[in-house]
Design a protein around this ligand. Structure first.
Ligand code: PLP
Length: 400
């Protein structure tokens, strides 16, 4: 059967594939430790869920404008304004069905055949896929491993061309947990401005940050305005408020491009589900309750981050990993652990899952199949169990 050129190169999300396989093995009765999932293991805070239930009961069940409830756009603008320390125009905010849709809007509206988009790697698996859906070419660019793979302008100089339309940055990064410092971001922003390249800044993990307690990771809005050229900021409710299933993300951009995103959404999805918007409104508006929920989850993420690092150092000494400064992933290199006939992390992960019941995501999903991603959005007991099984498989003889 032949399909259109639009979806010629489209593959299902590799991270979702692992999660789905792990869930189906559980359904078959297998004892699986699933550290493949990219979502917080917490329930949505009750004050948010209650707002949605009350909204549904009081009839907030009809279409909203395609860019979202005006009061939600305003609440998001206020939230961004507090980050930026300046007023943010709510008309630049477009509410989408998750950051995924905001990114689709971005690439579909900004690029097309003949354009290239630089994607800092290792990358979240969806960026290249969405660039390709817009029929543009993703160009991956790795920073130095010694710099947690973060890219610097000289890395970009090696790959930029007259076709370059955009640069995708993700900080805190999925899969490495790396954070760009404000100065690193400034240098990249100045470079992009000089080159006339759009920055697409995905800051969805911004609140899951292991710097000073209570702080958030630096983002593009923290930069001096003069150092920033064209940009689209994407963020959402999924990770910060444990709301992955509600599907609420947003973009913030200039008003003209926001209107294009709105037109696009008006033709394909209309609005993000209204009850989900009502829930998000509470999350963004009730700053006090939201901050304490974020802080509570943050304590658990920080403890688990410390736990996985301690386990790596003790049980798998010499196995390279990136120190996570944010998000909830540990990215480590497994080519030194391959069996003789194994050539990639995909095979290694498949053996780990089938024979030892641990689901991790192979680095093929992120651009380098010598590495794997472990999600530590799981209880301490499950994390320890996963390490026990990994150690059994690689046969170091260490005990948890
Ligand atoms: N951006 C990154 C870096 C992610 O890891 C994810 C989800 O895993 C998303 C965006 C998608 O988030 P959403 O649930 O808002 O579509």
């Amino acid at each position: 059967m032949s399909f259109s050129a639009n979806i010629e190169k489209l593959k299902p999300s590799a991270t979702i594939k692992v999660s789905t396989l792990a869930k189906s093995l559980v359904a078959e009765g297998r004892d699986i430790v699933n550290l493949g999932a990219g979502e917080p293991d917490f329930d949505t805070p009750l004050f948010i869920a209650d707002a949605a239930v009350n909204g549904v009961r009081s009839g907030q069940t009809r279409y909203t404008p395609p860019a979202g409830l005006p009061e939600l756009r305003q609440a998001i603008a206020d939230h961004l304004g507090a980050r930026a320390g300046r007023e943010i125009n709510w008309k630049g905010v477009v509410v989408s069905a998750g950051v995924k849709q905001a990114l689709f809007n971005t690439f579909f509206s900004l690029c097309g055949p003949g354009d290239e988009v630089l994607v800092a790697a290792p990358y979240w698996t969806t960026y290249p896929a969405l660039v390709m859906l817009a029929r543009a070419e993703p160009v991956t660019v790795f920073g130095a491993e010694s710099n947690s793979f973060k890219v610097v302008p000289s890395d970009l100089e090696g790959v930029v061309s007259e076709k370059t339309k955009g640069l995708v940055l993700n900080t805190p990064c999925n899969p490495t947990g790396a954070i760009y410092t404000l100065e690193e971001l400034r240098e990249l922003s100045v470079w992009a401005k000089g080159r006339g390249v759009w920055i697409v800044s995905d800051e969805i993990y911004r609140n899951i940050y292991f710097g000073a307690q209570g702080d958030t990771a630096p983002g593009i809005l923290n930069l001096p305005e003069d150092d920033v050229g064209k940009f689209i900021l994407v963020d959402g409710a999924s990770k910060s408020y444990a709301m992955t299933g509600w599907r609420v993300g947003f973009s913030y951009s200039g008003v003209e491009i926001a209107q294009k995103f709105t037109a696009l959404q008006s033709q394909i999805t209309s609005n993000t589900a209204t009850p989900s918007q009502v829930a998000a409104l509470e999350a963004f508006r009730n700053v006090e309750a939201a901050s304490s929920a974020i802080a509570e989850m943050g304590v658990a993420f920080r403890r688990r981050r410390d736990l996985v690092i301690a386990l790596m150092d003790r049980l798998l000494p010499g196995v390279p990993y990136i120190q996570p400064e944010g998000a909830f992933y540990l990215y480590f290199r497994v080519d030194g652990l391959f069996e003789v006939d194994e050539n990639d992390a995909t095979t290694w992960c498949s053996r780990l899952l089938q024979e030892h019941g641990v689901a991790l995501v192979p680095g093929a999903a992120f651009g380098d199949d010598r590495w794997v991603r472990l999600s530590f959005a799981a209880s301490d007991a499950l994390i320890e169990e996963a390490f026990t099984r990994i150690v059994v498989m690689v046969g170091t003889g260490a005990t948890v």
